[in-house]
Design a protein around this ligand. Structure first.
Ligand code: LLP
Length: 463
């Protein structure tokens, strides 16, 4: 959807901020490939399909709301990340975006590693057979129990996030008779162009150890002295949903600067650098993200150039994409319950889910697109707000979008690009039951995370 200064706005254009008009897409029935997973299409009856499966049949079989995940798309994205970075680099999928046992198996089969940030994610990874040495543990406040669990399991790396943690991990490893491979997470002081809540490299925040004031160099000094730790590298993650590589360039420059300082001071060349995740995806057709091979080339060139200038051997590079792998693979399928036209204001289309299955619009003012998927329509475009069923007026799924003006109760609509940070941030607000994740591939569908039931809610309520 494009914001334009087109004076002949659609119905209800008067409620948009002054000077902004939404131009409806040329054909509302077209499912733009940029925001839909690669096997999405429409059949001859006009019903949307994914992996050859009709969405109305999926809704009948699995109910709505449901997250429909295109497994082929997921695997293809894993492969393109791995191939783009090649043998000289490692791709760690960031499990926080969405994790389940099936996801772990696919990652394993496609040759990716896994970044986890809690005991829960670690146990899912191990339960599904991810080799521990291919797992990295993150987090700004890992508990002693989480650290012990990870060290005992033999995770490939723990990313240290504070001075206390350097000592904590070292002691735990020593007590267990281990030498734990670790990286130090630094904050490089980059202002990433993204929402404040998901920017992580500016100095005033809870993650990492600051480079600029010398604390990161001090962290290296301390880590190198501890027998329980094998310091293998430096880690930086600048934020999330980022479209340009300039922030990574500054980050790589500063991280390599620290490697040089470490070499000069300690005579040690740390062999790894991790530039984190954060690469953006298309939530609407206006977004234009880079392809993995473009990102890989840019990051490799930056690191090689910086190392050449610093006279360092090029360290092994790793990256941690979450959203860019799983985000585009999934759409959320909803059924329309009510359509409320407020004359002169706007039309509210209410669906059977909402902020409990997608908190991103409420939390980050995120943009999404939406389409009518159970049929096509030749009705004129109507500017609507898609809202959920929660007891809160901020319960918005898609703030401003066009649907055909004949949108009606019983229609199925779908919101694409909901694979990342939707199921993983889903809640039981209003005792909503979290939707299932249904994986589809080659004409077959299977539930990989089942829908919650009222019994699930009552099981936890032991009072
Ligand atoms: N590595 C580290 C250390 C991270 O903290 C994150 C995300 C990633 C990798 C993966 O970032 P990605 O490639 O998925 O952007 N809930 C927010 C996003 C929070 C991201 C947290 N860290 C959202 O819905 O936009």
């Amino acid at each position: 959807m494009s914001r334009s200064a087109h004076p002949a706005g659609p119905r209800h254009a008067d409620v948009l901020p002054e000077g902004h008009y939404f131009a409806p897409p040329a054909d509302l029935n077209v499912l733009e490939p940029r925001v839909w997973s690669r096997t999405v299409d429409r059949n001859e009856d006009g019903v949307a399909t994914v992996a050859g499966l009709d969405v109305t049949r999926l809704a009948e079989e699995f109910g709505t709301p449901a997250y429909i995940l295109d497994e082929e798309d997921f695997r293809a994205r894993c492969r393109s990340w791995r191939e783009a970075f090649g043998e000289a680099a490692d791709v760690f999928y960031a499990g926080k975006a969405f994790l389940s046992r099936a996801i772990v198996r696919w990652l394993h089969e496609e040759g990716l590693n896994l970044d986890v940030c809690s005991a829960g994610e670690l146990s899912t990874a191990l339960a599904a057979g991810m080799p521990a040495e291919r797992i990295a543990l993150h987090g700004n406040n890992k508990t002693e129990a989480e650290i012990r669990y990870a060290v005992e399991a033999g995770v490939g790396r723990i990313v240290l996030d504070s001075f206390q943690e350097i000592v904590r991990v070292a002691h735990i490893a020593e007590r267990l008779g281990r030498r734990q491979r670790v990286q130090i997470r630094v904050t490089v002081g980059v202002e990433a162009h993204t929402h404040e809540f998901i920017a992580t490299a500016h100095e005033d925040q809870k993650f990492g150890i600051a480079l600029a004031n010398g604390q990161a160099a001090e962290a290296v000094r301390r880590a190198l002295k501890l027998d329980g730790l094998e310091l293998v590298g430096i880690h930086s993650h600048i934020g999330s949903q980022i479209f340009d590589t300039s922030g990574f360039e500054v980050a790589a420059h500063r991280v390599v600067g620290l490697l040089k300082q470490v070499r000069d001071e300690h005579g040690v060349e740390l062999p790894e650098i991790d530039l984190g995740g954060g690469l953006g995806i298309a939530y609407t057709p206006d977004d234009d993200p880079s392809e993995p091979h473009e990102i890989a080339r840019a990051l490799r060139e930056i690191v090689e150039r910086e190392c050449r200038t610093a006279g360092l051997a090029v360290p092994r590079l790793s990256v941690e994409p979450g959203r860019a792998i799983v985000g585009p693979t999934t759409f959320t399928l909803y059924e329309v319950g009510t359509v409320k036209e407020l004359p002169g204001l706007r039309t509210y289309v209410s669906v059977d889910g909402g902020m409990s299955d997608n908190i991103r619009t409420a939390l980050y003012d995120a943009d999404y697109s939406v389409a009518l998927v159970s049929r096509t329509s030749t009705a004129e475009p109507l500017l609507v707000r898609v809202v959920g069923k929660h007891c809160e007026s901020g319960d918005i799924v898609v703030r401003d979008a066009f649907l055909p003006a004949d949108i009606a109760p019983g229609d199925l609509i779908a919101v694409p690009a909901t694979g990342a940070y939707c199921r993983s941030m889903a809640s039981n607000y209003n005792h909503a039951l979290r939707p299932p994740v249904v994986a589809v591939r080659d004409g077959a569908a299977r539930v990989i995370v089942r829908r919650e039931t009222e019994e699930d809610l009552l099981r936890l309520d032991v009072g």
